[in-house]
Design a protein around this ligand. Structure first.
Ligand SMILES: [Zn+2]
Length: 393
């Protein structure tokens, strides 16, 4: 069977500069990028064009879930394709705190699908294991089940990694455990990114975790105590640690704009967006039964919280595009910067080939986005190309 793909040409406004460009795609890669002349531009309303979104933390979407066991067959394959319409072209299925057997089953199922379905295998850039080596404390633990929270255990992690066929690339850990430093060092040596999250760690424990190789903060400012000593505390310590990249949920519910602004100012190119979307994303408002802490409520505004404790969020139902639009609407950054926070920055942190973005030679994971002042109020995904193939609409 021939694999020769026809050459594709896309026209749009460069997501960083706003300049009209023509992108030529050949054999799944960006071949060239050239400016459009004025005559060509006037003939049409051009969409924005930029790199596909990369989501480092996604638990589920539209009823599909990586954490409800037994995992429904084809969850990873279906998720891969469902996420195209959200502009997500690479992602990290996220498996959260659970029993040893449950985590094993979840990561094994994802890995198996990645091997059986090359499309999923390409889109899934790795598995994110969020827990169970996190804080047992209320608030810090967030919606994770206390029952299964445990100290970091390298032998146990290796068993999961074996079940995942080496696909666990990110692990979220709290450095408050005595075992954390050694665990972080071993993960880092093995090429697994350690992210600090769901933590009640003392500032010196954060500092030691960073020295041991921890290099990111998981949804900074969430999975945290409602009340903290003003200083010192684990938030300041992570903000001040220059080695730490910082992921934030910018859906308008998880963090006030002031926190987003400070994170972006302090972290610069190391600030990035995650969705942390759960299976209720894309579903109707209502009360649902969740495997994490019983009933959850999805409000008509799109906020998901624990039914028993409305002040505690139970993950997000907004995808990366919403985060991009929130940052831009609130005047926190330009479209170009927000777009990079949702695409090449996460890709760069994980050293993915798509981190080069719109450059000749890069994999052609490309989005077209409709968003014009006064005309198109909410940004809308107008087209998605995955390795140079049109996959949406
Ligand atoms: Zn979390």
């Amino acid at each position: 069977m021939g694999n020769e793909q026809p050459e594709i040409q896309l026209q749009g406004l460069h997501y960083l500069t706003g300049d009209p460009i023509r992108i030529t795609i050949h054999q799944g890669r960006i071949d060239s990028i050239a400016p459009l002349n004025n005559l060509e531009v006037e003939q049409q309303q051009l969409p924005w064009v930029g790199p596909g979104f990369v989501d480092l933390q996604i638990n589920g979407y539209a009823g599909l879930d990586f954490n409800s066991l037994p995992i429904t067959p084809h969850t990873t394959s279906r998720m891969t394709r469902a996420l195209w319409k959200e502009g997500v072209t690479r992602f990290f299925p996220t498996v959260i705190t659970n029993s040893e057997e449950a985590i094993k089953e979840a990561v094994a199922a994802i890995a198996q699908e990645c091997e059986e379905d090359p499309v999923a295998g390409d889109a899934v850039a790795g598995i994110h294991l969020e827990g169970p080596f996190i804080s047992p404390e209320d608030g810090a633990r967030g919606a994770h089940s206390r029952l299964y929270v445990r100290p970091p255990d390298w032998t146990l992690f290796q068993r999961w990694q074996e079940s995942a066929r080496g696909r666990i690339k990110i692990v979220t850990v709290s450095p408050e455990w005595a075992e954390a430093e050694d665990f972080i060092r071993r993960c880092t040596d093995a090429g697994v990114l350690v992210s600090i999250g769901h933590t009640a760690a003392a500032p010196d424990q954060i500092a030691r975790a960073v020295a041991a190789g921890a290099s990111m903060s998981t949804h900074f400012g969430n999975g945290a105590h409602p009340v903290l000593p003003r200083h010192p505390n684990y938030l300041w310590e992570q903000l001040a640690a220059e080695q730490l990249w910082t992921s934030v949920i910018a859906d308008g519910f998880h963090l006030p704009d002031a926190v987003l602004k400070v994170v972006m100012k302090v972290k610069g190119e190391k600030a990035l967006l995650v969705s942390d979307a759960v299976m209720f994303s894309g579903m109707q408002a209502g009360t649902y039964e969740s495997h994490i802490g019983g009933k959850v409520v999805l409000t008509p505004e799109g906020r998901l919280h624990l039914a028993e404790q409305p002040q505690l969020l139970a993950g997000s139902v907004q995808m990366l595009l919403k985060g991009v639009s929130h940052l831009v609407r609130r005047g926190l950054c330009s479209l170009g910067e927000a777009w990079e926070m949702a695409s090449i920055r996460p890709a760069r942190r994980l050293s993915l080939p798509v981190s080069s973005g719109l450059q000749p030679g890069a994999p052609a994971d490309v989005l077209l986005l409709d968003w014009r002042d006064g005309e198109v109020a909410e940004p809308r995904i107008a087209g998605v190309y995955k390795n140079g193939v049109s996959v949406f609409p």
